[in-house]
Ligand binder design. Structure first.
Ligand code: PGA
Length: 300
């Protein structure tokens, strides 16, 4: 069928009003113009679409079918127009963010506040470790990355948004929980639970202990999540080093204690990171500004 969108639009109007005159008024056309377009549509379809009785028109069976078709097309047109329009605004956009496992504890709070103001935005949140985040940056697989220490060998925009203190955690019955300014050597008999290779927290731990030449790190236990480390420390398996932001709840209810060890906490920044030259979507750009200005308190 060689029909045009304009013909369908005019036919839908005429069929809705059952009047060429009303269709002409609605579409700011002359009545003959409406009549010509509908005649052309009819000849393209090859079957009568209406009967004219006085000033009123009546749809034939084929006319009813074409009316439903023109309404479907109209609906799709409106939907598509809306989708395209939304792409231009924050609320119709997709926000793809990838965050370090530590940052996840904080970003949930920020996202919830952001979402209250942007209910239409679609959010895709990926939580993973530092090594995987670097892969994602390299392969342009995400809009924004929120992470601690950044790699030096990629061309990145890096904007710090919050401090991330790394602390040593112990079970509440550990003999040193009430001691102040504990020297590292007092921990030499404790086992330190390590995060997996690729974790930024582990990288910072190793860097720290490498500098402390007089302290030999004993670590035979490795775990790939903050939750596993926290639960194992609580169960008495050893000590752990985690971000202060990950232990809010456990500290509140006294299930974990932070040891007051000299040189701790190790303070790093959390950063918003993206590739230099990347054109951020409006949703990503709005979220970036939101998190940089967010003053919510994580209360750890
Ligand atoms: P990660 O997070 O230990 O899960 O890699 C570290 C970070 O804060 O970047």
């Amino acid at each position: 069928m060689n029909i045009t969108f304009r013909q369908l639009q005019i036919f839908r109007s005429a069929a809705t009003h059952l009047s060429f005159t009303d269709a002409a008024a609605e579409l700011f056309l002359t009545q003959p113009a409406v009549s010509i377009q509908i005649k052309q549509l009819e000849s393209a379809v090859g079957i009568p679409l209406y009967e004219k009785l006085g000033k009123k028109i009546h749809l034939t069976e084929a006319g009813e079918i074409m009316f439903r078709f023109s309404c479907d097309i109209h609906r799709q047109f409106i939907e598509t127009e809306k989708d395209l329009e939304n792409l231009k605004g924050v609320d119709g956009g997709l926000l793809q963010i990838s965050v370090a496992t530590t940052v996840n504890y904080y970003v949930a709070q920020v996202l919830s506040k952001f979402y209250q103001n942007h209910k239409g935005v679609r959010i895709s949140l990926d939580v993973t470790n530092r090594a995987r985040l670097i892969d994602k940056l390299e392969n342009n697989e995400t809009d924004l990355v929120l992470m601690g220490p950044v790699p030096n060998d990629l061309d990145l925009i890096v904007e710090p948004f919050m401090e991330n203190p790394l602390v040593i955690i112990a079970p509440p019955n550990h003999p040193l929980v009430d001691e102040e300014q504990i020297p590292l050597r007092k921990l030499k008999d404790d086992t330190l639970l390590m995060r997996e290779v690729g974790s930024g927290t582990r990288m910072e731990m190793e860097r720290f202990f490498l500098e402390k030449k007089n302290f030999k790190l004993i670590s035979t236990i490795e775990m790939n999540s903050n939750e596993a480390i926290k639960q194992s420390v609580e169960a008495g398996l050893g000590l752990g080093i985690v971000s202060m932001h990950t232990i809010k709840l456990e500290k509140e209810v006294g299930r974990l204690k932070v040891l007051d060890v000299i040189n701790f906490p190790i303070i790093q920044d959390w950063n918003i990171v993206y590739r230099k030259g990347k054109r951020l979507s409006l949703a990503a750009e709005t979220f970036r500004e939101f998190i940089l200005n967010y003053r919510g308190d994580i209360n750890t």
